[in-house]
Write a new protein. Structure first.
Length: 260
């Protein structure tokens, strides 16, 4: 019995010491992690990146990054500001072995794109793209400004109330659209036109503005991402969505006109 008691006491002391070490290492690693994130994003996205600070919880398996700013001025301009970034990693210090990013949650972010050229990356960036197991966005804003890529469109603002995407390789700021699982958003267009968009279980719906108060719903399957030309796919995806929704709205209007 004494051996069992000593073993139990020794185990408890070991566990307590292990937890204390993880807390101390996490505290020390916070600055290193912030620098690592800054360097990795700058190298993979070919941009200037600044990170406010970071908090590392090796026991809980969480990393919190505050005040992230990313900017790239190549062909067009891309700016990304994120108030809070939460990253789930392997808990209990297992991240020293398993370094995969399991889930990333973005809170209060704003992405400004002056044209599709802002998304174009060099063929061989300094760092490989960041891969995440899942991505969530809460209260995010995407602002698309007028360029030749979207003729006739002066400005479009997409406010994302909530979005969830699956495993994603972040080659650009919009790569998660190809693994989108659910979305609730508002689109503000010129002339004070507002459209609400929702996507869930392979169905996309739009209401407001041109679509009327009753949502227009279409089945929609996201295309498989082609790593070689993501930007062209994004532009084509936007055009395809608009075309399908417009056709469905026109069919509904025509049906109402022909109804007795």
């Amino acid at each position: 019995m004494r051996r069992v008691a000593r073993f139990g006491l020794g185990l408890a002391v070991f566990v307590a010491a292990y937890f204390i070490v993880l807390v101390i290492v996490g505290w020390i690693a916070a600055g290193i992690v912030a620098d690592k994130i800054q360097a990795r994003l700058a190298g993979s996205l070919d941009a200037e990146v600044k990170v406010g600070d970071a908090e590392v919880g090796l026991i809980s398996g969480t990393v919190r990054v505050n005040d992230l700013h990313l900017e790239r001025n190549k062909i067009d301009t891309l700016e990304l500001d994120i108030s809070g970034l939460e990253v789930d990693i392997a808990p209990m210090g297992w991240v020293l072995v398993d370094r995969d990013l399991r889930r990333v949650k973005v809170r209060d972010g704003r992405l400004t794109i002056s044209g599709a050229g802002a998304l174009v990356l060099p063929p061989r960036p300094k760092q490989p793209p960041v891969r995440v197991g899942a991505l969530e966005i809460e209260n995010g804003v995407i602002e698309l400004m007028a360029t030749g890529y979207w003729p006739g469109l002066a400005r479009m603002v997409i406010t994302i109330e909530h979005a969830r995407a699956g495993a994603t390789t972040l080659r650009t700021g919009l790569s998660w659209l190809f693994t989108l699982e659910s979305l609730v958003a508002r689109v503000d267009l010129p002339a004070n036109i507002t459209v609400r968009i929702a996507f869930e279980d392979g169905a996309l719906s739009a209401s407001g503005g041109f679509f009327g108060q009753t949502p227009v719903t279409i089945p929609f399957q996201l295309p498989k991402l082609d790593d070689r030309d993501e930007v062209e796919q994004l532009v084509a995806l936007g055009k395809q969505l608009g075309k399908q929704l417009a056709i469905e709205r026109a069919k509904r209007w025509l049906g109402s006109q022909l109804a007795p």
